[in-house]
Design a protein around this ligand. Structure first.
Ligand code: FAD
Length: 143
């Protein structure tokens, strides 16, 4: 596959980069990890009013209705010289310009108890958030 712009990561930064590139009439491919992405600011509401990870999703239509190629996989290597990215499934995507929008993960502070069961870091990953919601639903007392 060859594309003008390869955006790696499909969360807020990736979506903005994609829509900006489309305004310049570029062919854009988004490669992102995960079946869907969540609205980050909505994460606390998953455990409160929403009680569901699915209800906090950013619809893929934001991309697909703008004629963007969406690839669900992890990019494991970007070769800037040969202008090609390799996916975990071993496929390659050639690009003219890459955009790294791979975001961040929480860092683990050296606080006692951080490694105990039912102490969670908040990754913006639907499967991980589902595990937290399940643990909250199953516990009798928090705090
Ligand atoms: C609980 C919580 C609440 C927040 N509330 C707010 C708020 O109210 N207002 C606000 O402005 N900000 C808020 N933030 C901050 C906000 O989440 C971040 O600023 C924003 O998500 C950054 O977007 P991003 O696209 O740069 O990165 P991320 O959201 O981290 O997304 C990066 C994406 O790239 C994907 N990715 C990473 N590596 C690869 C790879 N190798 N191949 C393919 N895909 C890859 C990831 O799976 C992820 O989907 C909150 C954050 C949290 C955790």
């Amino acid at each position: 596959m060859r594309t003008n712009i390869l955006v790696i990561g499909g969360s807020p930064a990736g979506i903005v980069a994609t829509l900006t590139s489309k305004q310049a009439n570029k062919e854009v491919t988004v490669a992102r990890r995960g079946k869907f992405v969540v609205v980050p600011c909505g994460i606390p509401y998953i455990f409160g009013t929403l009680r569901s990870v699915e209800k906090d999703r950013i619809p893929d239509e934001v991309l697909t209705k703008n004629n963007v190629n969406l690839v669900i996989d992890v990019v494991v290597d970007v070769d800037l010289k040969d202008e090609v990215a390799r996916l975990r499934c071993d496929d390659n995507i050639s690009f003219e310009k890459p955009v790294l929008a791979i975001g961040s993960n929480p860092s683990i502070s050296p606080i006692g108890g951080v490694d105990l069961e039912n102490v969670f870091l908040v990754y913006k990953d639907p499967e991980h958030l589902s595990e937290i919601l399940k643990a909250i639903n199953e516990c009798e007392r928090i705090g």
